[in-house]
Ligand binder design. Structure first.
Ligand code: SF4
Ligand code: SF4
Length: 448
């Protein structure tokens, strides 16, 4: 069987799907045990929107049994890359390789994120991953908010095209920017020397989270190095199939942290507070060198720790302030599924006197943030955001905590519609409040 090549559909006999070990397809025994954990399948009920369906689809395209049609591309692009299917799969299917095979081939043959227009793509790859550019882009919004005209910014969204409105809707109340010094010393007896990753868009949207992370590390006896030359981790590019760009950013970050006093060897850990970034940061060895254990990528990746993971390993210092708050916790996919980090955030939060952590229904169900998913797949992203905000509102908590800024932005955006009294923040902000006695930005909470 063959299909004619058209502008919309690539020919069947192609080199698609040849960038993956074929045995990885065969690991799937089609049992269907992953279906109920897949957010897109749960929403649509369509087998093509499930892990099993996507594996089968991409394998059929790799075999030449199906064309790389717009319909197939739509189902593959609908994947959140949340990796809930890997958690659920009893056969150990490594789904991430299947979806990356698709994304790489899509970028090669159609360009990255082909569902977007040129302006959207320019903003996604030319603006979002650049901390400085994002800061300047958000400056007018911050100014309007400071002048008490945040309502005018929100209203202006109705005059914008759909994708700009969606980007504007996600902008939170912006805290004053804290330009962290390149070195902050340990408070109390020194226990470790660490590097701190700032992220890109995350630092522009929520600089107070990086400040809180640095202070929590200081209070736990860490010297903190924060090189200003560091850049985006490359996750955005990796997930779009742009492996060369991801490798370029990875190499730059290795150089940045190698340049701190004592070099990479002098760092006990490199800390990330972004659950969506740390899986890629930990994979720098593969991204740069294909797992050459002696290469700088592997050395860098081997030192990366999520902030909760690091504190739990170090043995956290008990904070002295009481934070009287009822909160709930959303497991970011990048932490729970990609890194299996579930207990550490709860463990460190349990140290905070006065904090009551209530369970959240579907706590490991993706919120719809998924990197740039709210830009590339706005309808599904909105459906998942609404589902998450409904579950959070049902807990009766005053705060929702999550260890990834992308999730935080998405949940905050939907909580503003659902229940604006709920404050959305990062666990390190609560820890910082418990160490310093200062209220987190935007949270009116009793601290004693
Ligand atoms: S991915 Fe795993 S759980 Fe899902 S159908 Fe295949 S073998 Fe079963
Ligand atoms: S990564 Fe998430 S959205 Fe994609 S198939 Fe797996 S469970 Fe479904």
């Amino acid at each position: 069987m063959s299909a004619p090549a058209t502008r919309q559909s690539l020919p069947i006999a192609s080199d698609l799907g040849k960038n993956i070990d074929y045995e990885l397809f065969m690991d799937c025994v089609h049992c269907g045990l992953c279906l109920g954990s897949c957010p897109t399948y749960v929403e649509t009920g369509n087998e093509n929107d499930s892990p099993r369906g996507r594996i089968y689809l991409w394998r059929a395209i790799a075999d030449g049994r199906a064309p790389f049609s717009p319909e197939a591309e739509k189902h593959m692009n609908g994947c959140l890359e949340c990796m809930a299917c890997e958690t659920a799969c009893p056969s150990g299917v490594q789904y991430r390789h299947v979806i990356h095979s698709f994304k790489n081939d899509q970028a090669r043959t159609r360009g990255p994120a082909p569902m977007l227009g040129w302006l959207q793509r320019a903003m996604l790859f030319g603006l979002t991953p650049h901390r400085g550019r994002m800061g300047w882009a958000l400056f007018p919004v911050k100014l309007m908010q400071r002048l008490g005209l945040g309502w005018a910014v929100r209203l202006s969204g109705y005059l914008m095209p759909g994708f700009l409105r969606r980007m504007q809707e996600i902008v939170p109340d912006l805290a004053p920017y804290h330009n962290l010094p390149e070195f902050l010393p340990a408070i109390g007896p020194k226990r470790a020397t660490v590097g701190l990753l700032l992220g890109c868009a995350a630092d522009a949207f929520h600089p107070q989270i990086n400040l809180a992370t640095a202070r929590v590390l200081q209070h736990n006896g860490c010297d903190v190095h924060t090189p200003r030359s560091q850049a985006c981790c490359g996750a955005l590019h990796k997930h779009a199939g742009l492996d060369d760009d991801a490798a370029r950013l990875a190499a730059g970050n290795c150089d940045s942290f190698a340049a701190v006093p004592g070099g990479l060897a002098g760092l006990d850990a490199i800390i990330s507070n972004a659950g969506g970034c740390s899986p890629v940061l930990k994979d720098y060895g593969h991204i740069l060198e294909g797992h050459d254990a002696a290469g700088p990528g592997a050395v860098f990746g081997g030192k990366v720790r999520d902030i909760h993971e690091f504190l739990a390993e170090l043995g956290p210092v008990k904070p002295r302030h009481k934070v009287s708050l009822k909160a709930t916790y959303h497991d970011a996919c990048g932490l729970a599924h990609a890194q299996k980090i579930r207990s550490a955030p709860r463990q460190v939060l349990a140290m905070v006197d006065g904090l009551s952590l209530v369970p959240l229904a579907e706590n490991e169900h993706c919120c719809g943030a998924a990197g740039s998913y709210n830009i590339t797949q706005p309808e599904m992203s909105a459906a998942l955001g609404q589902r998450k905000s409904g579950n959070i509102a049902a807990t009766g908590a005053s705060a929702a905590l999550t260890g990834n800024v992308g999730c935080l932005l998405q949940i905050d955006r939907h909580m503003r519609d659902r229940s604006p009294r709920v404050w959305v923040g990062h666990p390190v902000q609560i820890l910082d409040a418990a160490y310093t006695g200062e209220k987190p930005f935007g949270l009116n909470v009793a601290i004693s």
